[in-house]
Design a protein around this ligand. Structure first.
Ligand code: GAP
Length: 415
C-alpha cells in the first residue's frame, strides 16, 4: 500500500470506529447526511465533556486571573460590523466573487426584522461583555475571560471529518494586558497550549508551531502562532495563539460609543487594554486526540484495535464484568463491586460501566476500542478471597486487587 493510502486509511478507520462505537454520527444521516455537520453519540459526548472539563481546569479553574461567560449565539449585526466580520469574513470563490462565511438570520417579524448572525467566533461575546466583567468584578490587569461554545461558519468546502465543519465549538480566552505586557502574556499562553496538548493526549511529536507571516494573519492580529498537527491529510492548523492588540475593544468603543477603556487609578491613566488570545477549536482537538490514541497492536497473539486515550478524557474509566453472566453468585458480587465504584468514583464524574455482553474476550475488545483504561473482572476466586482482576488497557497486564483497595487504586490514576 502506498504511504498516502495508508494515511487516508487511518482517517477512515477512525471515522468508522467513531460511528460503530457511538462517538460521532453524520448529522441527518437517514436523509443522506448534511455536509459539515456531525452529531455526537454517548461516548463522543462523554469524551467532549471530559475534554472541556480538563480545558476548564487548566485554563480557568486553576488560575486566579480568570473570569468566564456564556454569551448568546445569535449576534447583533453591529457587533460583527465593529469586529470586521461583516465586511471581511469571507472566502474567495472560484468565479472571483467573495463569499461571506457567516450564517445570517433575521430576528423579529415583518418590517421590524433585523439581520443578525450566528457567531463566527466565541471571542466577540467576550469583548462585548468586557465592561460588564470589569464593573461587576473589578479585576486587576492582566486578567482573562474564557468561554466555551458553538460557533458557525458556512465553509465553502467542509471536509476531513471533524477538521473543517460548519457548526464548530471553540474554547477561547481573551487575556487583557497593558500594551507593554503582551509579549510576556504571549509566551505564558504559548507554554500553556503545549501543556494542554500533553494533558489532553495529543501526540506532541506531531505538533509544530508555525509563525504566521504578515500576509496570512487575520485582520486583527499583529502576531499569530498556529499550532499545527500532522493530520493524515497533511500538516494543518489545530489551534492558534494571537496578539489581537486593542483592535476589538477600540472598534467596539467607536461603534457603540461606550467607553471601554481601563482606568489605572494609581497611575492616573486611562487606556484600552491589549489582548492575547489562545483559541482552540474543539472539533479539531477531538480529531487529533482520536488520531493520537488510535492504535492497532497484538495482544496474546490476537490483533486488536485500542484507543489509548489519556485516562482523564476516556469516556468510560472502569468497566466491571462478572466472569459469567449466567452465574447469579458472580453477578451479585460484580454488582456489589460496580455499585461500590459508582457510589464513590462515578459521582465525582468518573464513568463506571457495567458490561456482561458476550465473552470476556469480546468485552475486552469493546472496551479497548472505546479506550477504557481499566476492566475489573469478578470471578470465582473473588467469592472466596474478596479480590478481583484489574486489567490494564495498554499493557494487558492483570493484577489481583482486594475489593476494599479498588478505590485507592483508581484514584491514583484519575485524580
Ligand atoms: N477567535 C479566533 C478565531 O476564531 P480562527 O483561527 O478563525 O480564530 C480558531 O479559529 C480555531 O477554531 C482554529 O484554530 C480551529 O481549531 C477552529 N476552527 C476554525 N474554523 C473551523 C472549522 N470550520 N471547523 C473546525 N474547526 C475550526
Amino acid at each position: 500500500m502506498l504511504k498516502n493510502e495508508l494515511k487516508t486509511d487511518l482517517l477512515d478507520k477512525v471515522v468508522s470506529l467513531c460511528k460503530r462505537r457511538g462517538f460521532v454520527y453524520p448529522s441527518a444521516e437517514i436523509y443522506g447526511g448534511f455536509a459539515g455537520f456531525w452529531d455526537f453519540g454517548p461516548y463522543g459526548l462523554a469524551l467532549k465533556k471530559n475534554i472541556k472539563a480538563l480545558w476548564w481546569k487548566l485554563f480557568v479553574d486553576w488560575r486566579e486571573d480568570m473570569y468566564s461567560i456564556d454569551a448568546a449565539l445569535v449576534t447583533k449585526r453591529e457587533v460583527l460590523e465593529a469586529s470586521g466580520h461583516v465586511g471581511g469574513f469571507s472566502d474567495p470563490l472560484t468565479d472571483g466573487s467573495r463569499f461571506n462565511t457567516m450564517f445570517s438570520t433575521s430576528v423579529g417579524a415583518g418590517k421590524e426584522a433585523a439581520t443578525a448572525y450566528l457567531r463566527p467566533e466565541t471571542a466577540q461575546g467576550i469583548f462585548t461583555n468586557f465592561k460588564n466583567i470589569v464593573d461587576s468584578f473589578h479585576p486587576e490587569l492582566p486578567f482573562g475571560i474564557a468561554q466555551i461554545g458553538k460557533a458557525f461558519r458556512n465553509e465553502i468546502a467542509p471536509r476531513d471529518f471533524l477538521f473543517r465543519v460548519r457548526e464548530l465549538e471553540q474554547m477561547e480566552v481573551e487575556y487583557f494586558v497593558r500594551e507593554k505586557e503582551w509579549q510576556e502574556a504571549f509566551e505564558m499562553w504559548r507554554k500553556k497550549i503545549h501543556e494542554w496538548i500533553q494533558a489532553v493526549g495529543i501526540d506532541s511529536k506531531k505538533v509544530h508551531e508555525l509563525e504566521v507571516p504578515d500576509s496570512e494573519r487575520a485582520h486583527y492580529s499583529k502576531r499569530t502562532i498556529d499550532f499545527e498537527f500532522d493530520f493524515p491529510f497533511g500538516r494543518k492548523e489545530l489551534c492558534g495563539l494571537a496578539y489581537r492588540t486593542d483592535f476589538d475593544l477600540r472598534n467596539h468603543q467607536t461603534m457603540s460609543g461606550v467607553n471601554l477603556s481601563w482606568t489605572d487609578e494609581e497611575m492616573d491613566e486611562q487606556f484600552i487594554p491589549h489582548v492575547v488570545e489562545p483559541s482552540l477549536g474543539f472539533d479539531r482537538t477531538i480529531l487529533a486526540v482520536l488520531l493520537s490514541a488510535y492504535t492497532e497492536d497484538e495482544m496474546n497473539g490476537e490483533k486488536r484495535t485500542v484507543l489509548k486515550l489519556a485516562p482523564a478524557v476516556a469516556p468510560v474509566k472502569v468497566a466491571v464484568f462478572p466472569l459469567l453472566k449466567n452465574k447469579p453468585e458472580l453477578v451479585k458480587k460484580a454488582r456489589e463491586v460496580y455499585q461500590l465504584l459508582r457510589s464513590t468514583l462515578h459521582v465525582t464524574g468518573y464513568t463506571i460501566a457495567w458490561d456482561d455482553n458476550g465473552n470476556i474476550g469480546k468485552r475486552y475488545r469493546r472496551q479497548d476500542e472505546i479506550g477504557t483504561p481499566f476492566c475489573v473482572t469478578v470471578d470465582f476466586d473473588s467469592l472466596e478471597k474478596g479480590d478481583v482482576t484489574v486489567r490494564d488497557r495498554d499493557t494487558g497486564k492483570q493484577e489481583r486487587v482486594g475489593i476494599p483497595n479498588l478505590i485507592d487504586r483508581f484514584r491514583k490514576v484519575f485524580v
